[in-house]
Design a protein. Structure first.
Length: 85
């Protein structure tokens, strides 16, 4: 049951924000749970939930660095927040 909370809440958030449902993004989290469960050989559900969040945090950070998101969006940030560089 706990394994379904994060994917369902994430799907609900994406649906309200983008008005569409992406099955690949929905199924990604349970697949990571299964991989971590098999890799770590642990029955501690909380540990798997925390490790999945850490994994996604690192994954999204690296993806953002590789895509240079901050540099691409720098002008938007300057206008939106009145930043001075």
């Amino acid at each position: 049951m706990l394994f379904l909370i994060t994917p369902l809440m994430g799907s609900l958030r994406n649906f309200t924000k983008y008005k569409n449902f992406n099955f690949i993004i929905f199924i990604r989290t349970p697949l990571i749970y299964i991989f971590l469960y098999l890799f770590l050989q642990t029955r501690n559900i909380w540990k798997i939930l925390i490790y999945e969040r850490w994994f996604m945090f690192i994954y999204k950070t690296l993806k953002s660095i590789i895509n240079k998101d901050y540099i691409r969006k720098k002008e938007k940030y300057i206008k939106k927040y009145n930043l001075k560089y």
